[in-house]
Design a protein around this ligand. Structure first.
Ligand SMILES: C[S@@+](CC[C@H](N)C(=O)[O-])C[C@H]1O[C@@H](n2cnc3c(N)ncnc32)[C@H](O)[C@@H]1O
Length: 212
């Protein structure tokens, strides 16, 4: 990949490298012949996938107040012991599917590591750990640990009605640590394909709120 060559030849600063990589990821996703996630590819080339891959400049958000921001890939349950603030917004996985399988092509573009692959769709062969938030036996403990250890005034948790933790259980867990309230909104359901039968056309998206 040209971007990697430029990096190797030291023609890019670190920021320039990641800027180009982010632009490539966005561009690749726009022309992907999938129904959104990469676990399966479509049999026919859909309209958007017939377009040329085009790198576009991404908007740069200027930091107006010169505040410091932290971007990290740390495990949320570790990170929670190192941060504090006013509002904590949580948007964990809802279901048991692994993110690196769902998005394996993007993962490989980002890592550019020429991995061993397997299966029809060429997912990365190397097994990675499934998040606790994707495991039915572990998710409730992980969530409670996160809420308990959060040094934030307000916690907002986004989850839907098809998530692996049920509504009442989330309420029960959060209520132990403060005043709980919940908001909800119907949302058009994501459908992986039109052949599969879905029970309903919408999901209910919840924002679970806690004032600690
Ligand atoms: C529903 S997505 C959030 C999407 C995000 N709000 C966005 O708009 O891009 C859940 C995210 O949680 C990450 N994740 C899963 N387990 C995690 C953990 N234990 N600690 C931190 N992040 C985790 C996944 O990799 C995924 O990016």
């Amino acid at each position: 990949m040209q971007i990697e060559e430029w990096k190797k030849d030291m023609l890019l600063t670190e920021n320039e490298y990641y800027y180009l990589l982010a632009s490539l990821l966005e561009a690749a996703d726009k022309v992907a012949n999938t129904a959104s996630v990469y676990e399966a590819f479509l049999k026919n080339i859909k309209h958007s996938a017939q377009k040329e891959l085009k790198l576009e400049p991404l908007e740069i958000v200027i930091n107006p107040n010169n505040k410091k921001y932290l971007v990290t890939r740390k495990d949320a349950n570790e990170l929670i012991n190192e941060i504090s603030g006013d509002i904590l917004y949580l948007d964990p996985p809802y279901n048991t599917r692994k993110y690196d399988t769902n998005y394996h092509i993007l993962e490989t573009i980002a890592l550019y590591d020429n991995p061993e692959i397997k299966g029809k769709t060429g997912v990365r062969k190397e097994e990675t750990k499934r998040s606790k938030y994707c495991k039915k036996q572990e998710v409730e403990l992980a969530l409670e640990d996160l809420i308990k250890n959060a040094k934030f005034k307000y916690i907002l948790l986004s989850y839907n009605d098809e998530g692996i933790v049920n509504l009442d259980r989330i309420k029960e867990i959060m209520s132990k640590y403060g005043t709980y309230k919940r908001y909800q909104k119907e949302h058009k359901r994501y459908k992986a394909d039109n052949k599969r039968k879905y029970k309903k056309n919408y999901t209910i998206e919840y924002i679970h709120c806690l004032k600690k």
